[in-house]
Write a protein of this length. Structure first.
Length: 531
């Protein structure tokens, strides 16, 4: 196959993998809503306390470790591949056994540290999901190194689909039969195990069909290979893992600190469950930033190697501007519709202000993901990793200081403070590495203008809905209609102003995933204005 054919094949596979990743993230955000509706805030607390333990390991192995294996294999001759695969599998298998032992045999201790001994059963079930990670990670790395993205993409979606189905159906059956909320939580953890098995079986099926015998292995030192795999895997996945690490910090601090500050245990559980409502909202708001970092950043890495840096500048500026644009719009919109969204999705308007503060993490995380990914494309991973680790420590410290004073609002503030400091550090470091101006003043003035007008329209519409249109309907039904009308109205107003301003040009919209319709709208609006 010639170079052009190889590039087309690579781009097709990359797009498929990007779409699969977005589908997985969308399913991950969406299924939490019906799950919370079935088990309530206390049941949601139970699930969210344990989920970060397997979520962190799953993201690192299935994403970071797989990417690292594929990159190391691509950098070595074919006769080294069998040694790389064996080394990678031995490493991840040893780590998986260790993590399994900690989760299964240390379940009582971990549950005690979280302040709820009944969580030990969930930790023991989740431990079995860890044992599926070694073959999943290595097989994904093998396929990606051979530019076979389809099995990886299909496996990710199938894994998540099976997992979500078992979580929702199994939880419904248990709750309907009167089982305890902790039993429902164990079923949710079992969903992760079943999803992993389904994904692994699909990968193994493709592996048997497409496996080409590897050449006779040549002698190569395993130590440097292992060091490189671990280094790449952590640097690649650290940005994606940050919110999960924040969730893990919350698992060990929020409930305990609420209880120790005088809140009754059941109420503290419910408060933590309400606070966790912010997780799917932030995940959903991060979809655009995630797609940009996956699609645009590889182009930056490619263009930055060329002598002319113009194209790389364009892609870096575009990634920053569009991620900030959509993240700021999402956070601003949620600020004014949060009570209605909260009641529509989660049955009550409790702690809506804390969730508003929580939702502003969308802005910081969007910028963090894009900046971190650009720096990785430039080969700068160590300093960003230090900023990310420092942010986790700041989150821990702020939780201990703020939760006893302000409860879950304090936890929301702690996340924003930590993320803001990380983003400030990344921008400072980025400017030292690449003195690039992300956007002109005109961009920010139009962005804030669009957000202000959108907010005014949404608030007026919400008030009109409350007093006139949906007055007399049941509260949740009225909130549903207000949400379904206010959100698209606000989005339309915001995008209309952005299109008229042309702070993102039509050519730039075409580069962005799914940006063709926005380019068409912008051309239509501005061509009418010229007439």
């Amino acid at each position: 196959m010639n170079n052009e054919g190889i590039m087309k094949s690579f781009m097709k596979g990359a797009v498929l993998l990007t779409l699969a990743g977005l589908m997985v993230k969308l399913l991950s955000a969406v299924y939490r809503v019906p799950f919370q509706n079935m088990v309530g805030d206390q049941g949601f607390y139970i699930y969210q306390q344990v989920y970060p333990f397997i979520g962190i390991f799953s993201i690192w192995t299935s994403y970071g470790f797989a990417v690292a294996v594929s990159k190391v294999m691509a950098d070595h001759e074919a006769h080294h591949h069998s040694v790389i695969l064996r080394t990678a599998f031995g490493c991840i298998a040893a780590i998986s056994v260790l993590v399994f032992a900690v989760l299964f045999f240390g379940a009582d201790l971990l549950a005690g540290w979280m302040g709820d001994g009944k969580l030990s059963g969930l930790l023991k079930v989740s431990a079995f999901a860890v044992m599926l990670m070694p073959p999943l990670a290595v097989l994904k790395g093998y396929f990606q190194s051979n530019n076979q993205m389809e099995p990886v993409a299909y496996s990710q979606v199938w894994d998540q689909a099976v997992r979500v189905t078992i979580i929702l159906v199994g939880t419904w059956l248990l709750v309907s039969s009167g089982a305890s909320l902790y039993a429902a939580g164990q079923m949710a953890m079992f969903g992760a195990v079943a999803g992993g098995i389904a994904g692994l079986l699909l990968l193994m099926r493709h592996f048997r069909r497409s496996f080409a015998a590897l050449p006779e292995p040549a002698s190569v030192e395993a130590g440097p290979i292992l060091k490189k795999i671990l280094s790449i895997s952590f640097s690649v996945s650290m940005g994606s893992l940050l919110l999960l690490f924040f969730q893990l910090v919350d698992s060990f601090t929020v409930f305990r600190l609420l209880s120790e500050s005088g809140v009754e245990r059941i109420e503290a559980m419910e408060q933590k469950g309400i606070y966790d409502r912010g997780q799917p909202l932030v995940q959903f708001g991060l979809l655009i930033a995630t797609s940009l970092s996956l699609a645009i950043v590889p182009l930056i890495a490619h263009m930055s190697k060329k002598q002319s840096g113009r194209s790389a500048d364009l892609y870096a500026q575009l990634a920053f501007r569009t991620s900030f644009l959509f993240a700021f719009a999402a956070a601003t919109g949620l600020t004014f519709v949060m009570p209605y969204v909260n009641e529509t999705l989660f049955q009550t308007q409790e702690e809506s202000f804390a969730l508003i503060v929580f939702s502003w993490q969308i802005v910081w995380m969007s910028l963090l993901l894009v900046l971190n990914a650009i720096l990785q494309g430039l080969g700068k991973a160590k300093v960003p990793a230090l900023f990310l680790i420092s942010g986790i420590l700041v989150k821990i410290g702020c939780n201990w200081l703020l939760i006893p004073i302000w409860g879950v609002l304090g936890a929301s503030l702690a996340g924003n403070i930590a993320l803001a400091l990380i983003v400030a550090g990344l921008i400072w470091y980025f400017k030292k590495v690449w003195p690039l101006r992300f956007a002109p003043l005109r961009y920010y003035s139009w962005l804030f203008t669009a957000a202000f007008v959108m907010s005014a329209v949404v608030v007026l519409w919400a008030l009109l809905s409350d007093w006139v249109l949906f007055d007399g309907l049941p509260n949740r039904m009225a909130a549903l209609f207000t949400t379904l009308s206010a959100v698209p109205l606000g989005a339309f107003v915001f995008l209309l102003i952005i299109a008229k301003s042309r702070i993102v040009t039509e050519k730039e919209w075409y580069i962005i995933p799914f940006g063709r319709k926005m380019a068409g709208l912008q051309l239509a609006i501005n061509s009418r204005r010229k007439r």
